[in-house]
Ligand binder design. Structure first.
Ligand code: RIB
Length: 299
């Protein structure tokens, strides 16, 4: 039977401009028209999991401004439980300013707003699915992440942490994590081990296992992804696609990965499914607008 997935994280409105290149410090460049799209790593992962068939609940914090209201309207159109989302009166919702270059690579600045008002007490123990998955990222306060992870571990839920944007993590948080899903750069930042060679990457993945993480999945962009746990390791290639906008690809990967795991798929199969979903997302503009539905990903 499919297990429940609780996602706790950020919700942003993305203001996106496509440009020829990412501007250098002090440089002003002209881009195309500005697109406003739903984003935020938490919300993107929740929407991905819901569109791909997961049994999803999402907890976030938004303001009662135009952006927060629009986010709630968008969530209502997705098949997920949003009944625990908090609205903070008089506060500004999260905003992300995103520049996407001609190769689809991006640079992002986030004004966290109400994302940083999501408190440990906003996630009560009863909403944590005892034998399900809890997926989090690092765009909300670390105390909230630590508190939810501790409650989830105590209840027997599998905690998956997407450590983006990379922030120092305590050994207590890492110990007993079911899975961590950094990209190559985050893997290096968090372990202090350079990951620009395959040997370095292998060492860094081992480091997470030594710290008590049960499964490590590293996303490698167009080079696919790799995984490692006590039983073995593997590499999964990704589909070759023409990248238009990579924003939210990692989020689509994480949402998809949790859906496949919640259905009892093996880690290798789950990583393959997640890679396909992420590859499709980079062929379209915007974070949430680009997230595919199950029928598009099914192999
Ligand atoms: O991972 C992409 C997301 O990062 C964007 O949607 C933006 O809102 C930031 O949170």
């Amino acid at each position: 039977m499919t297990k429940k997935i609780l996602i706790v994280g950020s919700s942003n409105t993305d203001l996106v401009v496509k440009t020829d290149h990412i501007p250098a410090p002090g440089e002003t460049i002209l881009g195309e028209d500005c697109i406003m799209a739903a984003g935020g790593k938490g919300a993107n992962q929740a929407v991905a999991a819901a569109r791909l068939g997961g049994d999803v609940a999402f907890i976030a914090s938004v303001g009662d401004d135009m952006f927060g209201k629009q986010s709630l309207d968008n969530f209502a159109r997705e098949k997920m439980d949003c009944s625990h989302i908090k609205t903070v009166p008089g506060a500004s919702s999260g905003i992300a300013l995103i520049c996407v270059d001609k190769d689809g690579e991006n640079s992002i600045v986030v004004a966290p707003g109400t994302n940083y008002m999501l408190k440990p007490e906003d996630v009560s123990e009863d909403v944590i699915p005892a034998d399900g998955f809890v997926l989090m990222q690092l765009e909300i306060p670390i105390e909230t992440i630590e508190s939810v992870a501790a409650k989830a571990k105590a209840k027997g839920a599998k905690v998956v942490l997407n450590p983006a944007p990379a922030t120092p993590l305590s050994e207590k948080l890492l110990d007993g994590l079911y899975m961590i899903t950094p990209n190559r750069g985050e893997c290096a930042t968090l372990t202090g081990i350079p990951t620009d060679t395959d040997e370095g990457l292998e060492k860094a993945m081992c480091r997470f296992l030594e710290l008590g993480v049960k499964n490590v999945v590293v996303t490698l962009g167009s080079k696919g992804s790799c995984w490692k746990n006590a039983e073995g390791s593997g590499k999964v290639a990704t589909m070759k696609v023409k990248a238009v906008d990579t924003t939210g690809a990692g989020d689509t990967f994480n949402g998809a990965l949790c859906v496949a795991l919640s259905e009892g798929k093996t880690l290798e199969t789950a990583v393959e499914f997640a890679s396909r979903a992420a590859a499709i997302s980079v062929t379209r503009m915007g974070a949430q607008p680009s997230i595919p539905f199950r029928s598009e990903v099914e192999m």
